[in-house]
Design a protein around this ligand. Structure first.
Ligand code: GCO
Ligand code: MG
Length: 414
């Protein structure tokens, strides 16, 4: 019987920090899993190294479900982003191994392809509406067929999701985790926020974009957990004429009941879940049909094994997938998402923020983006190779996500 011979936790920072688990079997097959939790990388690395890796050595790599249950149920202290990202990394690495051993791309083990490719949305943004238009045009030229739009808010400085204004050919994403060193200590950057100013501004932005780009382009928007339930309900209602593909994370993630209030007031489709880490976080939302899209990432939600169960559960209620895909999900996590996207019936859309060239030199991927669709490629396994020598040259550097304060200085959800 083949067994797990070693499991290594690799930290690298090719432009931003990533945590990768590499499992090697006694047959010499290797598998990769992403364990990156943005701004809390070392906590997952320690959980893996100190509490998970010692349990893996000697186990049969083929028994993925049993290993999942062993790490989840067997830990007693369940759930949470650190634990679930660690379990996800083990799970994805074992699926990578199983698919490589079978000589098949992973999606074949998940039931095969249900579509030609996964519709991806890109991130257009601008500090002003004119700059946003340029960014949307850029995305259309790059081939995107669905676009998330975020803008600056008059009177506020740096706002979530807005990259500096872009020129054609420039990188089009933003990176919220920043290396901010104050008196020798890494500290989060502080941003300012005013929900009323935001609510006054956003409907006009959508009106302008629809006027310029027409009714057909799928448009998405992320509220990044910043509204109170009644504010979110009002925004969802105000945006109805612009027929959004979705309004994401309107209210803080831990308050499932808040979504009920939004539903009572609006038919704007609702997405949530990038900060959730188990299917249990969705129980009310799915069974009461309070959302339309599940936003979890494979990396943060227990891997392929748990995400597949979550998506099958959601599918029974007509709810579709919209997996999280910012650059803090590593190329390994992105590849895992793409195999699931291709296989599940209730796929909705996939977030796609291309990684930097440096990241993609360290992680060599086989996924493709053509005519607005992502495809995981047909290499056996996940289709991602890690150049460990190159990875070792990019040392981990502390970086935090920002902190938000309202204009009177009160800490607000970021
Ligand atoms: C998204 C997310 C990200 C998060 C980031 C935090 O919709 O892609 O909101 O931009 O802010 O993943 O680490
Ligand atoms: Mg989001």
């Amino acid at each position: 019987m083949s067994h797990i011979e070693s499991a290594e936790v690799l930290l690298t920072s090719p432009g931003r920090n990533f945590v990768t688990l590499k499992i090697t079997t006694s047959d010499g097959v290797t598998g990769l899993g992403d364990a990156t939790v943005n701004g809390r990388e070392l906590a997952v690395a320690a959980y893996l190294t100190d509490h998970v890796v010692p349990l893996l050595i000697g186990r049969d790599p083929a028994n993925i479900e049993d290993t999942w249950q062993y790490l989840y149920r067997g830990a007693y202290w369940r759930r949470g982003p650190v634990t679930m990202a660690a379990i996800a990394a083990v799970d994805v690495a074992l699926w990578d191994i199983k698919a490589k051993a079978a000589g098949l791309p992973l999606y074949q083990l998940l039931g095969g392809a249900s579509r030609k490719g996964a519709l991806a949305y890109g991130h257009a943004s601008g500090t002003t509406v004119e700059a946003l238009f340029d960014s949307i045009r850029n995305h259309l030229e790059l081939g995107f067929r669905a676009i998330r739009i975020q803008t600056g808010v008059p009177g506020l400085g740096q706002v979530y999701g807005v990259a500096g204004d872009q020129r054609p050919g420039q990188r089009y994403d933003y990176e919220p985790a920043r290396r901010n060193v104050v008196a020798g200590r890494a500290l989060p950057v502080e941003e300012e926020w005013d929900t009323s100013a935001y609510l006054r501004h956003i409907p006009g932005v959508f009106e302008a974009v629809r006027h310029e780009f027409g009714p057909e382009l799928p448009l998405l928007h992320d509220g990044h957990h910043r509204m109170r339930p009644i504010e979110a309900a009002r925004l969802a209602r105000d945006l109805e004429p612009y027929r959004l593909f979705w309004l994401e994370d309107a209210t803080p993630g831990e308050d499932q009941d808040a979504l009920r209030l939004i539903r009572q007031h609006s038919t704007t489709p609702i997405a949530i879940g990038e900060v959730f880490n188990t299917a249990f976080d969705y129980q009310t939302l799915i069974t009461e049909r309070l959302i339309d899209y599940v936003r979890s990432a494979v990396t943060h939600t227990g891997g392929i094994t748990h995400m597949r169960k979550l998506l099958d559960f959601a599918g029974l209620y007509g709810i579709r997938s919209g997996m999280h895909g910012p650059t803090d999900v590593s190329p390994v996590g992105m590849a895992a998402a793409l195999h699931l996207d291709l296989a599940v019936h209730n796929f909705g859309i996939q977030e796609y923020m291309k990684h930097s060239d440096t990241t993609l030199e360290v992680f060599r991927t086989s996924y493709t983006f053509t005519d607005g669709l992502l495809h995981p490629g047909v290499n056996p396994g996940l289709g991602v190779d890690l150049d460990e020598d190159l990875a070792a040259r990019f040392e981990y550097t502390p970086a935090y996500l920002p902190i938000n304060r309202t204009l009177d200085g009160t800490v607000h959800d970021w």
